[in-house]
Write a new protein. Structure first.
Length: 102
């Protein structure tokens, strides 16, 4: 009697649905490639949205991060873009910054 019930539990546990997990700003290659030195803060905000991290002590750096893992996938898709400003203008763009999860 216990054997069929135990087998049913093991069989049903293999059918667990895993949701997709997405965090941060969706960063598309097309939008990232449109960022140019000399653009204004409002143009960057229009292209990429509000930055995930705005450092209150350094107003001249905006960090955009994106993390996505499909339900059963082991490898997440990760992107990190840093935009540096001087005044209201972009001075430097760093794309595909390595993400250190440790």
């Amino acid at each position: 009697m216990w054997l069929p019930a135990t087998a049913m539990v093991f069989l049903l546990s293999a059918c667990v649905y895993r949701v997709d997990v997405q965090q941060g700003n969706l960063l598309e290659e097309r939008e990232i490639s449109e960022i140019k030195v000399g653009m204004t803060r409002s143009q960057i905000r229009f292209l990429l949205g509000t930055p995930v991290i705005e450092n209150p002590f350094n107003q001249d750096r905006w960090d955009y991060m994106y993390w996505f893992r499909a339900g059963r996938s082991r490898e997440p898709e990760q992107r990190w873009v840093i935009v540096y400003f001087e005044g209201d203008k972009v001075t430097e763009i760093k794309t595909d910054v390595p993400v250190d999860l440790e």
